[in-house]
Design a protein around this ligand. Structure first.
Ligand code: 2HA
Ligand code: ZN
Length: 272
């Protein structure tokens, strides 16, 4: 018995997540995109895996994920509208055996296709799976304060991470691995995908200067929580950067906090 996919945990959760992201002002118009790896069991519970609706050329080599299925947001679609019409605004694709095509198994009902940032998503999944076999989610968004910070702060990973770590205790606890930072680049390309995935070997978060942020994780909640924590810290930074800073969390204090929690943190990001 094939179950109703609209009631599946992954569709329900992505609808709730996209709605939250929209309401937080992170995903104006068609801004942002999400992809989530699905297991074979998850696919078979809701779909016939041999029933391919159509094939869309990927435009890059996806063979590292051949046979894998992903739930992805559609290109040009608004996060605002995902919850009210998941089957049009989302799709489930499976990477073909030769790695050249996306086989649509569900969704993109109006003839649409996957996000323009699929190269970055696929390359990031490949990079993160090498580090963490439980990795599943790649999330891209345009959070306001994070973007504002990329206009006034050097686009350098160590300095950017340090500035965030210093704003509140939570930061080094949530992202002890720091944040990768790319300069502004043309988006939607294979090149930005390669550059992002390269930083994803070391980090679960990558900032695209004057564009947005990528968060990854084992679940939608984890990827969302990473971005949410960065955005909160960036807001604190932007609220205070122009004021005399009287207090900060020192490098010795960051070290003490990280060690008290036995965190595997970027020791080279501290001046100790
Ligand atoms: O999907 O955010 O980076 C729209 C974008 C492109
Ligand atoms: Zn974007």
């Amino acid at each position: 018995m094939i179950k109703d996919i609209l009631k599946s945990k992954f569709v329900v959760e992505i609808c709730e997540t996209a709605t939250n992201m929209y309401r937080l002002g992170w995903d104006e118009r068609n801004g942002g995109n999400i992809s989530c790896l699905l297991t074979e069991d998850e696919v078979c519970e809701y779909l016939s895996p041999e029933k391919v609706l159509r094939c869309i050329p990927l435009g890059f080599d996806g063979s590292a994920l051949s046979g894998k299925a992903l739930l992805v947001t559609g290109t040009g679609k608004y996060f605002k509208n995902i919850a009210s019409d998941p089957e049009t605004n989302l799709g489930i694709i499976r990477i073909s055996d030769d790695g050249n095509n996306a086989e649509v198994l569900w969704g993109f009902k109006d003839g649409g296709r996957f996000t323009s940032e699929l190269p970055t998503h696929i390359m990031t999944h490949v990079a993160r799976l090498k580090v963490d076999p439980y990795h599943r989610v790649v999330m891209h968004s345009h959070p306001t304060n994070t973007l504002a910070m990329t206009r006034v702060h050097p686009l350098e990973a160590r300095e950017f991470t340090r500035s965030l770590w210093q704003t509140c205790s939570e930061c080094i606890m949530v992202f002890p691995d720091g944040i990768g930072v790319l300069p502004w680049m043309v988006c939607g390309t294979n090149e930005i995908g390669v550059a992002t995935a390269d930083l994803m070997n070391e980090h679960r978060l990558v900032i695209w200067g004057i564009h947005g942020i990528y968060g990854t994780g084992n679940s939608l909640d984890e990827a969302f929580g990473l971005i949410e924590t960065v955005e909160k810290a960036a807001q604190l930074y932007m609220l205070t950067a122009h004021l005399p800073i009287l207090n900060t969390i020192t490098d010795d204090e960051l070290k003490a906090l990280a060690e008290s929690l036995s965190l595997d943190y970027r020791k080279d990001y501290l001046n100790i």
